[in-house]
Design a binder for this molecule. Structure first.
Ligand SMILES: Nc1nc2c(ncn2[C@@H]2O[C@H](COP(=O)(O)OP(=O)(O)OP(=O)(O)O)[C@@H](O)[C@H]2O)c(=O)[nH]1
Ligand SMILES: [Zn+2]
Length: 212
């Protein structure tokens, strides 16, 4: 297998990842403990099916551990009439969970790259964002991971990623600041080397469509 793809498989570089997962029954038992921790009664009618629902919801919200972002980028094509300029997919909405508190991060990613011959299906860029979002994250790591996998697998002239997100761990608890957003960016290749390319990316992301 291509080394670039291997690097982005779910368990790459993470020896602490358990080789076997808990059973559904074990997960449901853990949710019952959390329900008791809230002060509620897991045996009351409204909560009886909740552990099972939470187990299923976790399987869906964290399915990014079972998917490979590098494999999503594997199918490319070159017949684009010689187009080799900036491609941007902006406003990719995502939901993730912060690795510190396991509560939601809600945000948007803007992803651009400068093709070097081959381009990738646009939906694949959004799929890559979703796969990383469906793992426990910090915003910084997610930004670097999205840029890194596109750079490594497509080998374009450069990749630019901006993520803006609200962290519920800052809104619902702790400091309790609603509406504050965090912005992160990663630039590789030509974007890293050239401030003009960065400006062009940001200008197009902030550009004309809709009420911006
Ligand atoms: N850099 C970074 N920090 C994050 C992210 N998500 C959450 N955090 C922060 O992680 C930090 C964890 O701080 P700790 O002091 O260990 O935990 P805590 O006592 O729950 O912190 P408070 O949120 O300040 O109450 C907090 O400052 C969070 O705001 C992220 O994506 N990136
Ligand atoms: Zn948090």
């Amino acid at each position: 297998m291509d080394a670039a793809i291997k690097k982005f498989l779910p368990d790459a570089g993470n020896d602490s990842r358990p080789s076997d997962r808990p059973t559904e029954a074990e997960v449901e038992a853990a949710v019952r403990v959390l329900l008791r921790w809230t002060g509620d009664n897991p045996d009351r009618e409204g909560l009886v099916d909740t552990p099972r629902r939470v187990m299923k919801a976790y399987r869906e919200m964290f399915n990014g551990y079972d998917l490979s972002p590098a494999e999503e980028l594997g199918r490319t094509f070159e017949e684009v009439a010689g187009y080799d300029d900036l491609v941007i997919v902006r406003d990719i909405q995502f939901h993730s969970h912060c690795e510190h508190h396991m509560v939601p991060i809600v945000g948007r990613a803007h992803v651009g790259y400068l093709p070097d011959g081959k381009v990738v299906g646009l939906s694949k860029i959004a799929r890559v964002v979703d796969i990383f979002a469906h793992r426990l994250q910090t915003q910084e790591a997610m930004t670097a991971q999205v840029a890194g996998v596109i750079q490594d697998v497509l080998n374009p002239r450069g990749v630019a990623v901006i993520i803006e997100a609200e962290h519920m761990c800052m809104a619902m608890r702790g400091i309790r600041k609603q509406g504050s957003t965090t912005m992160t960016s990663t630039f590789t290749g030509s974007f890293k080397d050239s401030p003009e390319e960065q400006v062009r990316f940001v200008t197009m992301v902030r550009g004309t469509a809709g009420a911006r």
